[in-house]
Design a protein around this ligand. Structure first.
Ligand code: ATP
Ligand code: MG
Length: 467
């Protein structure tokens, strides 16, 4: 049973509520602010819901000298910049069945998951109760007003204190209405560590195929939050069948016994654990989720009964590319994720030479090498307890990297103390052999056979040409 905290709102938000009320409207703080405050978490934004229409809100606050942005007027939302905060203000809305749609009036058993179509639309309303009724979970269906206190028509406060995620109303009905709510249940479980109430969970799992009809961007936004949650390990295990609707490639990881002494978990358990050990950052959590997704494809068992997954990193990079494009990730993020997945099993030793080689493979991208080391560390720690030594190695590699950077050691052709003109001046014909000579010089520098100084490199070239 979680202890509940008091709700306070900052003075600028309180004056917005006052101003709306003084103009004859109702105004409440709603959504995550109330939930997070009760839980003692720091709320990351503050939303106000009101009976005023968006044009009225805009005019009221611009006339008082505030900057007002029309951030979502089709949904009834404007954003007021109070100087201290950006406060979203939205007109109360309700969701109503669209008349004439087949499914709106059918009962759950008769619905076919494959013939889903939108069956409701929103309308503006003057009633805060109706606005709360359209919300997904009881913990999100709370409103707070400094003069009236908490409005809690569905027992959200009790559910928060019992750490329970429960659908508002009939769960299957609500998931049918908006399939994204299925994934939202999983992401809140991952963020808050709450249990999903059994009927809500049952309905979510049964309706999971409906998620196919949700837009990729909305799925991605929720999935990324699930991956970054404090309880991602448990959430991935509990909700893999929901995740599998939009990443079916992840499903064969479940139950894949790796048959090696290095692992005590199946691939999915190892993956979920790796995710939870990786820094809570989008790219790294995606890379952790996808790092072994190539294993099922390449897995084989040798004569001794030992499992092997040769080339699983490269296979995983190919699958990751498909996943990222399906979820419409930004191209730069997708490229980074695929590179990390493809490189996660590369051996890097804590020597300047090995570190410079690794940097070279990553096109000289230092930030990415650091991310790769984080991924390798998380991966190593999710192995059997007696086989985690690679985590320490990744740490050491990081220290060597600091050193390499301090010494401005070369790991790219452009870091060399000579360039193509020098090579040509030494008698190498212009063309591919110039690049080859520079590559050879860089290798020699990385292998610490030659110093990265002009004189030494020119001597190296002369020597190379003479042989
Ligand atoms: P976060 O802390 O991630 O911002 P949140 O609860 O604010 O969590 P949002 O996606 O920002 O989540 O949504 C704001 C509020 O709008 C929710 O608290 C919920 O009341 C309502 N809401 C959002 N999406 C849905 C949905 N698909 N169905 C019903 N209500 C929703
Ligand atoms: Mg929010």
């Amino acid at each position: 049973m979680g202890k509940l905290h008091d709700i306070t709102i900052p003075p600028d938000a309180a004056s917005i509520v006052d101003a709306l009320e003084a103009a004859g409207h109702e105004a409440w703080v709603t959504g995550s602010y109330v939930r997070d405050m009760l839980m003692g978490r720091i709320p990351h934004d503050l939303d106000i819901s009101t009976s005023a229409r968006w044009e009225t809100i805009r005019d009221l606050f611009s006339s008082q000298g505030f900057k007002v942005y029309e951030t979502g007027t089709d949904r009834g939302t404007v954003t007021v910049n109070t100087g201290a905060h950006l406060v979203e203000i939205t007109t109360f809305r309700t969701e109503e069945p669209i008349e004439g749609t087949r499914i709106a009036f059918q009962n759950a058993e008769h619905r076919k998951l494959s013939v889903w179509e939108p069956s409701s639309r929103f309308r503006f309303t003057n009633s805060v109760e109706k606005d709360l009724l359209r919300r997904d979970f009881t913990m999100n269906a709370l409103a707070f007003n400094p003069n009236c206190g908490i409005l809690d028509p569905f027992g959200g406060v009790k559910d928060i204190s019992n750490e329970t995620i429960r659908a508002v109303g009939e769960p299957s009905e609500r998931f049918w209405q908006d399939p994204l709510r299925i994934l939202r249940a999983a992401r809140f479980a991952s963020q808050l560590g709450f249990d999903v109430e059994s009927r809500t969970k049952e309905a979510a799992l049964a309706s999971a195929p409906l998620l196919k009809h949700a837009p990729a961007q909305r799925i991605e936004a929720e999935f990324a939050r699930l991956l970054q949650g404090d309880h991602a390990r448990q959430a991935i295990m509990d909700w893999i069948d929901v995740i599998g609707v939009f990443i079916p490639e992840a499903l064969p990881m479940k139950g894949l016994d790796q048959r090696t002494k290095y692992h005590i978990y199946d691939v999915l358990e190892h993956t979920a654990y790796t995710v939870s050990l990786a820094p809570q950052q989008r790219v790294l959590r995606y890379a952790a989720f996808l790092h072994d997704i190539g294993k099922p494809e390449v897995f084989r068992i040798d004569e001794e009964g030992v499992g092997h997954s040769p080339g699983h990193a490269a296979a995983g990079a190919v699958i990751s590319e498909q996943v990222c494009s399906r979820l419409k990730l930004r191209e730069d993020e997708a490229a980074e994720i695929c590179t990390l997945v493809g490189a996660h099993d590369d051996r890097i030793s804590p020597t300047p030479r090995s570190v410079r080689k690794a940097l070279r493979r990553l096109g000289g991208n230092v930030r990415m090498l650091r991310e790769l080391l984080e991924l390798k560390k998380a991966d190593a720690l999710a192995h059997a307890p007696e086989h985690q030594e690679r985590a320490a190695i990744a740490e050491e590699v990081g220290l060597v990297l600091d050193d390499v950077l301090k010494k401005e050691a070369a790991f790219d052709i452009k870091d060399l103390a000579i360039d193509g003109t020098d090579v040509i001046a030494r008698g190498v014909p212009a063309g591919p052999s110039v690049g080859a000579a520079l590559e050879a010089a860089l290798d020699a520098v990385i292998d610490e056979l030659v110093n990265n100084t002009r004189d030494d490199l020119l001597a190296f070239l002369d020597d190379r040409i003479a042989h």
